[in-house]
Design a protein around this ligand. Structure first.
Ligand code: SF4
Length: 437
């Protein structure tokens, strides 16, 4: 059975090179080719002699992810369907900065300045964080349609190709921050009631190599490279990273040490696997921590997130309070607002009470709708009121702009949807998940 170079650390590649009877400097050549040049096959490693490539090919592959499908949103977000060797697939999302700040993408970008000034209490939302403006912008984008690009299809329109090329050209002229949202499992077992991924159940964990491979494939496709381009990573795609802890941690380490993305540019989101939160706090290299809160009391949280039965709010918040934060680091709490369920003013006041004294910020996400999800997206005024109550209590709160909602790329929408209809009203009938590999 062949193994994959993606996912191997320096020691493992060094062992492979030793076994092949080759000098030690070949290790660096292989590492550079796989993680920096992002080759997709051993035969492409041009720094190695042809004969060595042929020998290595008998025992290893690169293990690159295959981009099976690609959907481009009107807001520049790209949702990728990534395939692996066993036929399983996950989704990975690219969010270019594009429109003046990414206070909505889960990374620190666009929020640092606000954090510095907002801890003292209530502050009026800036234009970019104004939920009304954000939701209006989203509606306009949804009504303007979207582009679907199938890599393997001869039907791709020249219009799409032109705009894709122009977008890339613009990005190349002025490299700026972008964010990649990565999956850690095929599906998810956590069963959050507002999440489309939960409907898939869990098929399997991704290997460390498959997690890294998603990043490499997107960097290559978008023609960007850290550190010249400022790439943020959020482990917020399909799956619960802390239920695939070892592979997630190894991937994070490889992304820092081999791909060159700083750990401060990575954020991992957990639904609240308390023992892993505690273990994570002790890691030498680790991304920043985000916790999905989504409710202001145990009854509500258990209804929305059944795992709250095992690790309730008291246990979760105790782990958050004990979490060893680095200088200038905050814990992010994510709160998906469900109309009439968890978005009332009393929920906001209760949540503020729960978080009192924690060095944290809250990202508010108005529900991204999807078929099979029975909750409603709250009104604009409700979102703003919730935010203002938190801010009034001295808790920095941000409204995350929906990114790529029109192509099912937004938070909680990742379900390997392959058909995307243009009019929003028509979508519910038309989407269907891909067949299992
Ligand atoms: S929100 Fe995250 S943890 Fe919850 S079901 Fe969806 S993917 Fe899993």
């Amino acid at each position: 059975m062949t193994s994959s170079l993606l996912g191997m650390d320096r020691e493992e590649v060094a062992a492979l090179i030793r076994e092949a009877g080759e000098p030690a400097y070949r290790t660096k050549q292989v590492m550079d080719a796989v993680y920096r040049q992002r080759v997709e096959s051993v035969s492409e490693i041009s720094t190695l002699p042809f004969e060595l490539r042929e020998r290595l090919e008998k025992s290893v592959t690169v293990g690159a992810a295959r981009i099976e499908n690609k959907f481009v949103s009107s807001d520049g977000t790209v949702r990728y369907l990534m395939g692996f060797e066993d036929g399983q697939s996950v989704e990975t999302v690219w969010m270019p900065e594009g429109d003046g700040g990414e206070a909505g993408d889960g990374s620190e970008a666009g929020e640092e300045a606000e954090l510095a000034g907002s801890t003292s209490g209530a502050k009026a939302p800036s234009k970019e964080q104004d939920p009304i403006a954000a939701l209006k912008r989203c509606t306009t984008q949804m009504l303007s349609g979207e582009n679907e690009v199938n890599q393997n299809s001869a039907t791709q329109t020249s219009d799409t190709q032109t705009s894709d090329t122009q977008t890339r050209a613009t990005q190349r002229r002025s490299p700026r921050r972008s964010t990649i949202c990565i999956s850690s499992q095929v599906g998810c077992a956590v069963d959050c009631q507002f999440c489309l991924t939960a409907l898939l159940g869990v098929k399997r964990n991704l290997t460390a190599g498959e997690i890294v491979a998603q990043v490499c494939a997107v960097l290559k496709d978008q023609e960007v490279s850290p550190p010249e381009d400022r790439i943020n990573l959020v482990f917020m795609g399909m799956g619960e990273p802390f239920l695939n802890y070892e592979n997630f941690m190894k991937a994070a380490q490889l992304l820092v040490e081999c791909v060159g993305i700083a750990e401060r540019r990575m954020t991992v989101s957990t639904a609240g696997i308390v023992p892993r939160i505690r273990e994570f706090g002790g890691e030498k290299i680790r991304p920043k921590l985000a916790i999905s809160l989504n409710a202001s009391n145990d009854d509500l949280r258990t209804r929305l997130m059944p795992l709250n039965k095992k690790w309730n709010l008291e246990m979760l918040l105790a782990a958050a309070r004990d979490f060893p934060l680095r200088a200038r680091e905050w814990i992010t709490f994510e709160y998906v607002l469900l109309g009439g369920v968890n978005d009332r003013p009393e929920n906001a006041r209760e949540a503020a009470e729960l978080l009192r004294g924690l060095k944290c910020k809250v990202n508010l996400i108005a529900l991204n709708p999807g078929p099979g999800i029975e909750f409603n997206t709250p009104g604009e005024a409700r979102v703003e009121e919730f935010q203002n109550i938190l801010r009034g209590a001295g808790i920095p709160a941000f409204v995350r702009r929906p990114r790529g909602r029109d192509i099912y790329a937004a938070c909680g929408q990742l379900k390997r949807t392959v058909a995307v209809a243009t009019p929003p009203a028509a979508r519910r009938q038309e989407i269907s998940p891909t067949a299992e590999g």
